[in-house]
Design a protein around this ligand. Structure first.
Ligand code: PMP
Length: 427
């Protein structure tokens, strides 16, 4: 079998400073002028997308230079090579989330496509007028709009589990909201704004007891904490490669085999068929049934390399580093005299995502002024307009961490915010 995945040499627990050497983009200096070498990039926008280590970048170069052809098609040597690598990446992903079988691991283009696949394929086949889909008030648009579209097609009703003012699900409301009409509960594992880590085992237990299936939006959890789909007992789980060191353009939809087997295909075309006649077709077996056309071959192989890297660093170490950074960010922001309001629960209860507003400065001004100091954060509604409305704000600033961030960077972020406040007061 061809190998396109160089290994990293890092021992666990890791030193973020040495790990940073693996990430070429983190060496960037920006805003250089004559006689000034600029400022170092402080990349705190990891909930939007993460950066890639050399090992992942090199895996892409290796495939294109040595192993690239279309998969599952050729009877030739090169096609066998790329097919082996593509399937090897599926196997690495299967092990990473502890799925029971490779048939349950579908390559998609990302979380968004995975959720749309379930809404279209499972939804159209199983949901009818009067049925209910239960979401929450903290969902990303990717876990809202596909269900609204399903409601438009079928006449089902979309409901939302409420959240508290500090951004936690009101779990007490769940038993009442789960009715015999609830067909599916679709909920995020970790909020991309609040950082809240939701109590999935309890939600899944109650949903199943009520006869509903559960889809987990795991875009913000799989990259940061251990995921075991069998222990969770979720029915579907979707995530994206680009949020976990992998390339953009690839994601995973996990589904229980018996559900995927019973579902009609989502997209039609090559690869997803067993046979085509002039008057119809027969679908291929899993997982090909849900991988129509040429799949994201190279991004999938790169995702396999990203999983290798994450395994070597260790998800527990990753989670510990992010917790440290989150606590530090809270401390730094609390030290500013700027009327900071945190969106989300106390730091000990959340993932490495710190969203906030300031009395004295709009989120967009915060992000723009931070950028002058080389600090990249996101400002806006972060694809969660209903959540922002629920919290009574139109926009927030968000610093989000990955394990390659350091406490020194969080201090730079704090100093840059202090300077931004001074500049803003002078205006
Ligand atoms: N759900 C959540 C919680 C997210 O944070 C994101 C990405 N911001 C998505 C879904 C959509 O992911 P993608 O754009 O990779 O499809």
């Amino acid at each position: 079998m061809a190998t396109a995945v160089p290994t990293t040499s890092h021992a666990v627990p890791f030193d973020p400073e040495s790990i940073r050497g693996d990430f070429p983009i983190l060496q960037t200096r920006l805003h250089a002028t004559d006689g000034n070498s600029g400022v170092p990039l402080v990349y705190l926008d990891n909930a939007a997308t993460t950066q890639r280590p050399r090992q992942v970048i090199q895996s892409l170069v290796d495939v294109y230079e040595k192993h690239y052809a279309n998969v599952h098609r050729g009877i030739h040597w090169l096609s066998d090579q790329s097919t082996d690598l593509y399937e090897e990446a599926r196997e690495k992903t299967r092990v990473f989330i502890n799925a029971a079988a490779r048939e349950e691991v579908i390559f998609s283009y990302g979380t968004t496509e995975g959720i749309n696949l379930v809404a279209r394929s499972w939804g159209d086949a199983n949901v009818k007028a009067g049925d209910e889909i239960l979401l929450s008030e903290m969902e990303h648009h990717a876990n809202l709009v596909p269900w609204f579209q399903l409601a438009e097609r079928t006449g089902c009703k979309v409901r939302h589990l409420p959240i508290t003012d500090d951004g936690q699900l009101v779990l007490d409301a769940l038993p009442k909201m789960l009715t015999d009409r609830t067909k599916l509960v679709a909920v995020t594992a970790v909020s991309n704004v609040l950082g809240t880590i939701n109590p999935l085992p309890e939600i899944i237990r109650q949903a199943h007891a009520a006869g509903a299936k559960v889809l987990v939006d795991a875009a913000q959890s799989v990259p940061h904490m251990r995921t075991d789909v069998q222990a969770l007992d979720c029915d579907f789980l979707a995530f994206s490669g680009h949020k976990m060191l992998g390339p953009s353009g690839v994601g995973i939809l996990y589904g229980k085999r018996e559900l995927l087997d019973a579902m009609p295909p989502f997209l039609g075309g090559g690869s997803m068929i067993r046979r085509v006649r002039l008057d119809g077709f027969e679908s291929a077996d899993l997982p090909a049934k849900f991988e129509a056309g040429t799949p994201p071959i190279v991004p999938a192989i790169g995702l396999g390399a990203a999983i290798d890297y994450l395994n070597q660093v260790g998800l527990d170490a990753i989670h510990a580093q992010e917790t440290l950074l989150t606590l530090k960010a809270h401390e730094v922001l609390e030290g500013l005299d700027a009327g900071v309001r945190f969106l989300g629960p106390e730091p000990a209860k959340k993932a490495g995502i710190v969203s906030f507003t300031m009395k004295t400065m709009h989120a967009h001004d915060i992000a723009q002024l931070l950028d002058r100091a080389g600090v990249a954060v996101r400002a806006g509604h972060h694809c969660t307009m209903p959540l922002h409305k629920r919290l009574g704000v139109t926009a927030s600033a968000r610093a989000s961490f990955y394990f390659y961030n350091t406490t020194a960077e969080v201090e730079t972020f704090g100093r840059a915010l202090g300077e931004a406040l001074r500049i803003f007061k002078r205006k």
